[in-house]
Design a protein around this ligand. Sequence first.
Ligand code: PEP
Ligand code: MN
Length: 339
Amino acid sequence: MIIVMKPESSLKEKEEVINKIKELGYRPHVIHGTTRDVIGAVGDERGKFVLQSLEYMSGVEKVVPILKPYKLASKEIKKEPTIVKIADGVSIGDKKVVVIAGPCAVESEEQIIKVALAVKAAGADILRGGAYKPRTSPYTFQGLKKEGLKLLAKARKISGLPVVTEVLNPETAELVAEYSDILQIGTRNAQNYELLKKVGQLKKPVLLKRGMSMTIQELLMSAEYILSEGNRSLILCERGIRTFETKTRNTLDLSAIPVLKEETHLPVIVDPSHATGYSKYVPAMSYAAIAAGADGIMIEVHPEPEKALSDGQQSLTPEKFSEMIQKLRAFVTAAEREK
Ligand code: PEP
Ligand code: MN
């Protein structure tokens, strides 16, 4: 239910409403709007009509049900777009399009620092790199783990770029959060509800990738797991879905961007590297993502893609990446955004 407060309601009245929501066994989520605050009360759907009684409390304008199954992610509760602050001068979801770039995996100090400086020079805003890698085969490179996190922190210090890296399980979530600016939930974990709850409890922005066989509604329900634990700094990522097509690694569902923009206030970025699986297709799909309204893109870049320990085939060289960012600018302008 949404408890819409009167514009002139006092702090005390809001507190009383919050306490009443808790008393009734629901979780309050205060959302500060431009003209008024609303308080979302989420919990067991079956008994939610007891919340209707809040309509008679002082300071309350009205109480309305949230019709969508994803409550806190929906635009019913928050119409203004969410802007997620990552670091000083870097936010996702505002007018500026964000570029995340870096290798699939952190492989060595030399590699990550080289890429960090190269992508920064080319215009990237955030560095990516996996320290814990979820690989299809147990016999392939699994990541440098804690050592990889340390190298990422070093690359962040040297380049000044904030970093995003994947968290694979609840046990290592806090450790990963210590070393990174954004916690990535990968496609294989997008419905790992215990992990979603865990990152929802941490105070770090989360980048939630769409599961490769997940509907948009399921993606929003996964988002809801994170939001309902209290973490509002959430970014969604379309990274391609499984279809019958085999010419590309996945099929980039570009239409997910306008649909998500219609359904949710959360920022949406696109990962054309995992979506296509081939570096030669990455520029076209990056331009298309911006044209379709994405708030940013995430690109795999490796100094020597042919020697990469994972995903070399889809990784751009720093030179190709730089070229692509130059060309991207025209699409950014056409989409009435900035870079
Ligand atoms: C990644 O970004 O490193 C990754 C593993 O991507 P995905 O989870 O989308 O496959
Ligand atoms: Mn990868």
